[in-house]
Each structure stands twice: as structure tokens, then as C-alpha cells.
Design a protein around this ligand. Structure first.
Ligand code: NAD
Length: 357
């Protein structure tokens, strides 16, 4: 029987509550689909600062490096807001992504049919079964480029630089193409090649990889401003989008908001191996921590992504996603609750997903 070792970084605020529900669902999926999961806790964020003085203890890095994958809740909260920048809980988050060499961020923007009303877009624009996968480069570009202050014509100025090397573009392009291969066979690469030199290299490199390695994939290119517009004008035209760090940062938030509900959105960060870091896109929600009302579905869906992209258990992933779609028709946590449906706690929601599995 296949056995997977998963590190749990429960983190702060609602983190422990939502990860506990995802663990329950993973255990149920393991039973149904005949595999075993072994869980190990490690510290990240505020809880790590309290226990060890730093947000990312070396022990956590070591545990994640040898695991088959890592599931993260969320980190941060007012208790640690006075920590100096490099020692804040969020620094632990950037640190673990860097330490594990995670260069690709996958952000699905999915609308579950029962939640169509939560989208800020009109139903006729959303259409049926909207499901976009945004692949964002995570460790290069302007967020990591040369930066500084200087004096220009006697005035203070500041600058940041966008730089991408060919190997950096090639590896993220391949993640995009592979994703397109697993889905509809369509990939849209987003850049600003009409203005930026780095984008011209991006476009030429993605086009070459497409021609040489993925001739069966239908590749298109869009300028980022046009893409931002198309996402709200006609989102159905997209399946997989691949883009740079900064453009992906902005577009992934735009795309995810089409689904209208922060408690439903999963994400994954991948490196060159199979292991990844899976987490909901929302934060630690300190305002509702401990009340038992947090929505665990984004974390449960992150666990489903882990089964699909890191653990080769696509059937179990699909079954969890189907169970989530089904549960939304009968019960919801307060953040997405609507008249006529059962209002349930975080724990009850986890139980319901397990039962529907
Ligand atoms: P947040 O996402 O934690 O919360 C925003 C709002 O959404 C809050 O009203 C919250 O109650 C609600 N919400 C979020 N997740 C929910 C869920 N699963 N169920 C129900 N409601 C939910 O963002 P914030 O308030 O800006 O940040 C709070 C803390 O989280 C800060 O310390 C921030 O730095 C941290 N943060 C962490 C991550 C991460 O760990 N990846 C991401 C974003 C923010």
C-alpha cells in the first residue's frame, strides 16, 4: 500500500482548526482509495516565534524537505505585529518557500455552481463551470531584482528592476505547459512584451518551449493589461494562464475574486521535485479564531490539490472536490451561508465532507 508523509504547518489563528478538518478528510480519502497518510506537525509563523524565537526554525525546513508534501494553514496575527520585519510570521512563509525551492505558484479560480451568486460578475459572463488555473513564477522578477535609491536631477528616486533568465522562464513555462496538458490543452502566456525587454525574452522563450516540447498545446500570448480586462469581460476564454511574479501576483487576486469567496480558494507552490506546499489563500483570520466558525473548505481543497499534483492520487482529489461541491448545496459555514441552508461550524463542515466522501 502506498504511504505518504505529510508535514502539517498549522500556524496561527484559524490555522489549527482548518488543518484539522483537512486531515480528517485526507484520512477518509486514504481509507476509500487505499493509501496511507502519516502526518507530522512542524512550527511556522507566530507559534514558532513563541516556541523558538524565530518564525521558521531549521527543524521545520528539515522536516518539509524529506516529506512527500506540506500542508499549511495560515500564519500571523496581532500578537506578533510588533516583531521586526525579518522576524514576523510572514517572513517564515517567504522563508519556507525559498528553502524548498518553490518557484511555481498554482492558483485555481473556480466557481462552484451553488456559489455563483457570490461572484461579483453577472451569471451570463461567468457561464457554466468556470475553472481557471493561474501559474505564477514565484522566485524571480521584480520582487527579487536589483533595487535601491539614488538621486536623479537633485531629487530622491527609488528603483526596482525586473530580470528573468532563460532557464527561469523555461522552467515556469514547462509547469504551464504540463498543466495545460493535464487540462484542456490550452495555455495563455501573459507578459508586457510591447514595452518590457524582459517580457520580450519571456515571450520568445515560452514560444520556443511550446514549439520544441509541446507542439500539441495551443499557445496564445496576451499583454497583461488586456488579460486583466479579459478576466472580467470574458473569463470563460481562459483555462491555464502562465505569467511572471508581479503580473501573477495581481492577476491571481483578480481571478480568485471572480469566485467571490475567500474561504473557498486553494493554492499550491511547487519546485522541481514532486513535493509541494499547499495552503488556502486566506490569512489566519484572527477576528474569528477560536469561534469554530472558520470555513475549512479552502484548506480541504488545498489537500485535494496535493493529492492531484504531488501524490498521484487524482481520483481521491476528484472525490474530495465532488464532495465539496455537494456539501455546498446543503450546508455552509457562516461566511458563505445563505437562507434555506444549514449553518454549520468548521468541525461540522469537515464531518460533512467526510460523510459525502
Ligand atoms: P484574512 O484572510 O486572515 O482575513 C480577511 C477576512 O476574511 C477576515 O474577516 C476573516 O475573518 C475572513 N476569513 C479569512 N479566511 C476565512 C475563512 N477560512 N473562513 C471564514 N472567514 C475567513 O486577512 P487579514 O485579516 O488581512 O490578515 C490576518 C492575518 O493573516 C495577518 O496577520 C496577515 O499577515 C496574515 N495573513 C497570512 C497569510 C498566510 O498565512 N498565507 C495570508 C494573508 C494574510
Amino acid at each position: 500500500m502506498k504511504e505518504y508523509r505529510i508535514v502539517l504547518l498549522k500556524g496561527d489563528g484559524i490555522g489549527p482548526e482548518i488543518v484539522t478538518q483537512a486531515v480528517k478528510v485526507l484520512n477518509r480519502a486514504a481509507l476509500k482509495f487505499d493509501f496511507r497518510v502519516q502526518f507530522e506537525d512542524a512550527l511556522l509563523g507566530g507559534c514558532a516565534i513563541d516556541a523558538t524565537g524565530v518564525p521558521l526554525p531549521q527543524e521545520t525546513i528539515e522536516k518539509c524537505k524529506v516529506a512527500d508534501s506540506t500542508l499549511l494553514g495560515a500564519v500571523g496575527g496581532p500578537k506578533w505585529d510588533s516583531q521586526p520585519g525579518g522576524n514576523r510570521p510572514e517572513a517564515g512563509l517567504l522563508g519556507i518557500r525559498g528553502a524548498l525551492g518553490l518557484f511555481a505558484n498554482l492558483r485555481p479560480a473556480v466557481i462552484f455552481e451553488p456559489l455563483r451568486g457570490a461572484s461579483p460578475l453577472k451569471p451570463e459572463i461567468i457561464g457554466q463551470n468556470l475553472d481557471i488555473m493561474l501559474v505564477r513564477e514565484l522566485t524571480g522578477g521584480i520582487y527579487f531584482g536589483e533595487r535601491g535609491h539614488k538621486t536623479v536631477n537633485g531629487a530622491q528616486a527609488a528603483y526596482d528592476t525586473e530580470q528573468y533568465s532563460v532557464p527561469e522562464i523555461e522552467r515556469i513555462a514547462r509547469v504551464g505547459f504540463e498543466m495545460a496538458k493535464k487540462r484542456s490543452g490550452k495555455l495563455c502566456s501573459v507578459d508586457k512584451a510591447n514595452v518590457l525587454e524582459s517580457s520580450r525574452l519571456w515571450r520568445a522563450t515560452v514560444a520556443r518551449i511550446g514549439k520544441e516540447e509541446y507542439p500539441e498545446i495551443e499557445l496564445s500570448h496576451l499583454y497583461v493589461d488586456n488579460c486583466a480586462m479579459q478576466l472580467v469581460r470574458n473569463p470563460k476564454q481562459f483555462d491555464v494562464i502562465v505569467t511572471s511574479n508581479m503580473f501573477g501576483d495581481i492577476l491571481s487576486d483578480e481571478a480568485s475574486m471572480i469566485s467571490g469567496s475567500i474561504g473557498m480558494l486553494a493554492s499550491a507552490s511547487l519546485g522541481s521535485g514532486k513535493a509541494g506546499l499547499y495552503e488556502p489563500i486566506h490569512g489566519s483570520a484572527p477576528d474569528i479564531a477560536g469561534t469554530g466558525t472558520a470555513n475549512p473548505l479552502a484548506t480541504i481543497l488545498s489537500a485535494a490539490m496535493m493529492l492531484r499534483y504531488s501524490l498521484d492520487e487524482p481520483q481521491a482529489a476528484q472525490a474530495i472536490e465532488d464532495a465539496v461541491a455537494a456539501v455546498l448545496k446543503i450546508a455552509r459555514t457562516p461566511d458563505i451561508w445563505t437562507e434555506g441552508l444549514k449553518k454549520v461550524s468548521c468541525e461540522e463542515m469537515g464531518d460533512l465532507v467526510c460523510n459525502l466522501l
